[in-house]
Design a binder for this molecule. Structure first.
Ligand SMILES: [Fe+2]
Length: 315
C-alpha cells in the first residue's frame, strides 16, 4: 500500500525571495485535496507561484523528506556574505520567516540536526541585527508590521535578557548565546491558540490544555530524546522552568525559587517585564510601576539578583 505523501509549509516570503534556486520541487495547495507540483528544474517557481497567489492561493509546501534540503538551503542563505550586506529590514523579515520554518520542522518532523542548526543560526543573526539597531523600541516599531508577533516577542525578550546580563558578573558571551537559543526553542511546538490560552491563564493549572501546560517539559524532552543532547543542560533547564514562578504558582511543575536556577530566574523576570512592556506599548512612563510590581512579586531567593539586574539596566 502506498503511503500518502507528507508535506511541510514554506513561508510565502521565502519562495518569493529564494524560490528561483530551490534545489527541490514545491507543491501548491489549490483545494482540500488538490495539490499540484511545480518542478524546480524546468519551471519558473516564482512566476507560477505569483500567478496562483493572485488567485488567492497562499499555501506552498515541500515534501517532508525534502524539507531538510530546504532548511540547509535557508541556513546557507542567512549565513551568506550577501545576507549581511542586504538591508536590516530584509534580513529581519527573512529571519522571522526562518523562525516559521524551524517551528514547522519541530512540529511536523521533530528535532533534527538541521532544525537545531537553523535555530542556532536564527538566534545568532537575530542578536547581530539587534546590535545593529540597539534601540529596542525603534526595532519593534520598525518590524512589528512585517514580522510575526511571536518572533518580535522573542527578539524583544532577547534584548531584555542580554541587557540584564550586562549587570550580572558571571554572564559571558557563551551564556548569552545559550540564553538566546533557549528563547528561540522554548515555544516551538505551540500554536497562536496556545499563546492566547497562556496569556489569559487564570492561575489554575487544570484550566490549561495539555499542550500549553506541558510544553516546557515536552520541548525539553524532545531535545534530549534517544539520549541525544542537542543543546546544553543550561538551555534545557531554562526551557523547563520558563513558566515557573518564585512562590510555586507557575507551571507545569509549580517549582519554587529554591529549585529555580539563577539563569532561569533571569529569563522569568525578563519575560514578565517584556510582556508588560509590550502590553504598555513601550510606554516608558509605566516603567516604574512595572518595576515595582515585579519587585513585589519576585524579590526572593535567586530572583533577587535578577530583579536587581533589571533595575540596574535602567540606571
Ligand atoms: Fe512558553
Amino acid at each position: 500500500m502506498s503511503q500518502e505523501p507528507k508535506y511541510c509549509k514554506i513561508p510565502p516570503r521565502l519562495i518569493e525571495k529564494y524560490g528561483k534556486s530551490f534545489p527541490f520541487d514545491v507543491y501548491l495547495k489549490l483545494g482540500p485535496s488538490k495539490i499540484i507540483k511545480i518542478s524546480h528544474g524546468d519551471e519558473d517557481i516564482i512566476e507560477i507561484y505569483k500567478k496562483y497567489r493572485s488567485k488567492g492561493v497562499e499555501d506552498v509546501y515541500a515534501l517532508q523528506e525534502e524539507y531538510k534540503k530546504f532548511i540547509n538551503y535557508m541556513r546557507k542563505a542567512i549565513k551568506n556574505k550577501f545576507f549581511d550586506e542586504s538591508t536590516i529590514d530584509d534580513r529581519v523579515t527573512t529571519l522571522d520567516s526562518c523562525y516559521g520554518v524551524a517551528k514547522e520542522a519541530f512540529q511536523k518532523i521533530g528535532v533534527t540536526e538541521e532544525s537545531i542548526a537553523l535555530a542556532q543560526d536564527i538566534a545568532k543573526k537575530s542578536l547581530e541585527s539587534l546590535n545593529e539597531q540597539p534601540n529596542i523600541f525603534k526595532f519593534f516599531e520598525r518590524f512589528k508590521e512585517n514580522c510575526s508577533e511571536e518572533y518580535m516577542y522573542n527578539v524583544t525578550l532577547t534584548f531584555t535578557i542580554t541587557s540584564m546580563m550586562e549587570f550580572v558578573d558571571w554572564a559571558s558571551s557563551a551564556i548569552k548565546e545559550k540564553s538566546v537559543m533557549a528563547v528561540m526553542l522554548r515555544d516551538l511546538i505551540l500554536t497562536p491558540e496556545h499563546f492566547e490560552e497562556i496569556k489569559n491563564w487564570d492561575g489554575d493549572r487544570n484550566s490549561l490544555s495539555k499542550m500549553a501546560l506541558n510544553h516546557p517539559i515536552l520541548v525539553a524532552d524532545m531535545l534530549q530524546q534517544d539520549n541525544k543532547n542537542w543543546v546544553s543542560s543550561e538551555i534545557i533547564q531554562i526551557i523547563q522552568q520558563h513558566h515557573e514562578r518564585p512562590h510555586g504558582t507557575g507551571f507545569p511543575a509549580g517549582t519554587k525559587h529554591l529549585q529555580i536556577s539563577q539563569l532561569s530566574a533571569i529569563h522569568i523576570v525578563a519575560d514578565v517585564f517584556t510582556d508588560k512592556l509590550i502590553q504598555s506599548e513601550f510606554n516608558f512612563k509605566e516603567k516604574d510601576k512595572i518595576l515595582s510590581e515585579i519587585e513585589n512579586n519576585f524579590y526572593v531567593g535567586t530572583f533577587r539578583k535578577a530583579v536587581d539586574a533589571l533595575r540596574d539596566m535602567f540606571g
